[in-house]
Design a protein around this ligand. Structure first.
Ligand SMILES: *[C@@H]1O[C@H](CO)[C@@H](O)[C@H](O)[C@H]1NC(C)=O
Ligand SMILES: *[C@@H]1O[C@H](CO)[C@@H](O)[C@H](O)[C@H]1NC(C)=O
Ligand SMILES: *[C@@H]1O[C@H](CO)[C@@H](O)[C@H](O)[C@H]1NC(C)=O
Length: 166
């Protein structure tokens, strides 16, 4: 084979590969491992409208967080909890955020229902209403976690957010 033809094929391959990566990345938010709570990272996390944190979340709307994760064991029920970590001077203050009915994880699995079996791949959509009492410009880091019926950790993601006007 002519060398330039090989180079050409490789170039095409690299371009195609990069395009596929970009496409896949568009549905992934770069969240990180939790620091204050236990739980593995989900296989994928996508906060709507946000690829690179800090995620800009508009007031008076639901922030929509999609996750795909593998059930680490059989589970009969799950709860989702959110905690904001606010920096005040050199200390970090945990502020639990009430998710209300949205904390009932099993009601928001989109392709399975509870009980779930070990190793089952689950898709989950969390909605979190952004109250107006968070002033525009607030920047905090939030840890979202899911625990099972015995409060044992399932998954956890950490992501910086910024509140913006509606
Ligand atoms: C991204 O997510 C949207 C909606 O959830 C879906 O329709 C689309 O196929 C996804 N794209 C990729 C590249 O996975
Ligand atoms: C889940 O996966 C683990 C590791 O691959 C395996 O040992 C276990 O038997 C699986 N459990 C079920 C219920 O499939
Ligand atoms: C849920 O969706 C995931 C990802 O598409 C898939 O791998 C899994 O098999 C689905 N689970 C069920 C129970 O359909």
């Amino acid at each position: 084979m002519h060398p330039s033809s090989i180079a050409d094929k490789m170039f095409r391959f690299v371009v195609l590969f990069a395009a596929l990566l970009a496409l896949a990345a568009a549905n992934t938010t770069q969240v990180s491992q939790c620091q204050h709570n236990q739980g593995a990272l989900p296989r994928n996390t996508h906060i709507q409208g946000c690829t690179r944190p800090p995620c800009a979340l508009p007031q008076l709307r639901d922030a929509i967080i999609n996750m795909e994760f593998v059930a680490p064991r059989r589970m009969t029920s799950m709860r989702t909890l959110a905690t904001a970590y606010m920096r005040v001077g050199s200390t970090t203050i945990p502020v639990p955020y009430d998710l209300g009915a949205n904390s009932v994880t099993c009601n928001h699995l989109t392709n399975a229902s509870c009980p779930v079996s070990a190793n089952q791949t689950l898709r989950y959509t969390l909605r979190m209403f952004i109250e107006a009492f968070f002033p525009v410009g607030t920047e905090v880091t939030v840890e979202f976690r899911i625990v099972d019926q015995s409060n044992a950790p399932v998954v956890c993601v950490r992501v910086p957010i910024r509140i913006v006007s509606p």
